[in-house]
Design a protein around this ligand. Structure first.
Ligand SMILES: Nc1ncnc2c1ncn2[C@@H]1O[C@H](COP(=O)(O)OP(=O)(O)O)[C@@H](O)[C@H]1O
Ligand SMILES: [Mg+2]
Length: 277
């Protein structure tokens, strides 16, 4: 099986205020087609940076990635835009991610206008189909972001990310800003969409419950490095690395946030977790 995303030895050094921050320090992993790879780690461990480098939203200092087998580092201009259109990104703060002056329908139409030839009636119909797909009523089409709840805004964000019919979505803390009661609804929507469209997800979260609920494979980041990777049910239930053990032990109890008694992802065949450092 080929990987939908192959991250190869990415290093990212930020230069700011005369100093250097080695945010990502040689990270490699693969997201298999049709699966979810969950990336966990404390705030500041480099999760968002490695994801942005992987989609080349920012330039890595070294290393690179392949999307559906294509090396993204060599692409320029139109070819890069086309490959990017085969990916989508969902952000942590759903309200801030939307243009406050665009209605829901306009927001969803925007990526369609940029990346497809759809115009006029066909464009509106496609935007409305996306609205249906993310579980928003037609009545929401004319609303502005401030007239929506956080969960509804995130549904718009997901519709926008899906507009170009990507195969790979990067979900960067997609439910961290949402009320606990809404988190599970959005996660379940993401699960349904993944199955329906055979999507692959790179899911970033500092919440181990979220990653365990959603992921086939999990990777644990610490200070710019991937310290452990393996089947999510093993890494996040019986971690081998003492850093992962401490993360699990430090996890706050959030009763009722997500029902873990019925994991939607079947545990993968047990094999050895790889401890990487
Ligand atoms: N644009 C930037 N300029 C300088 N430093 C940054 C920038 N973005 C992130 N960092 C630093 O890089 C490190 C990793 O950040 P980030 O990738 O956002 O981690 P995470 O997503 O795991 O919270 C942190 O020390 C952060 O302060
Ligand atoms: Mg982040």
């Amino acid at each position: 099986m080929t990987a939908m995303l192959h991250v190869d030895e990415i290093v990212k050094v930020y230069r700011a205020h005369g100093g250097e921050v080695r945010a990502v320090d040689g990270v490699s992993f693969e997201v298999e087609a049709g699966t979810t790879f969950g990336l966990v780690g404390e705030s500041g461990s480099g999760k968002s940076t490695v994801a942005r480098c992987a989609l080349r939203l920012i330039e890595p200092s070294s290393g690179g990635s392949r999307i559906d087998g294509e090396p993204i580092g060599a692409l320029r201009g139109r070819a890069l835009r086309e490959l990017r259109a085969r990916t989508g990104m969902v952000f942590q703060n759903p309200v801030a991610a939307l243009n406050p002056r665009l209605t829901v329908e306009q927001s969803i139409a925007e990526p369609l206008r940029t990346h497809t030839r759809l115009r006029g009636r066909a464009l509106v119909e496609q935007a409305r189909a996306l609205l249906d797909e993310v579980g928003l009523a037609r009545a929401h089409a004319e609303r502005l972001p401030h007239q929506l709840s956080g969960g509804q805004c995130q549904r718009v964000g997901i519709a926008r990310a899906l507009a170009t019919r990507p195969k790979l979505l990067v979900l960067d803390e997609p439910t961290s800003a949402l009320d606990v009661s809404v988190q599970a609804q959005v996660l379940n929507l993401l699960q349904e969409l993944r199955r329906e469209h055979s999507l692959s997800y790179l899911l970033i979260s500092h919440d181990l419950d979220v990653v365990r609920y959603m992921s086939d494979t999990a990777g644990v980041m610490r200070a710019g490095r991937l310290v452990e990777v393996g089947p999510a049910m093993e890494v996040l239930v019986n971690p081998r690395h003492e850093y992962t053990q401490r993360l699990l032990a430090a996890m706050p109890e959030t009763p009722g946030a997500i029902d873990l008694s019925a994991p939607p992802v079947a545990p993968t065949a047990p094999n050895e977790n790889r401890i990487l450092s």
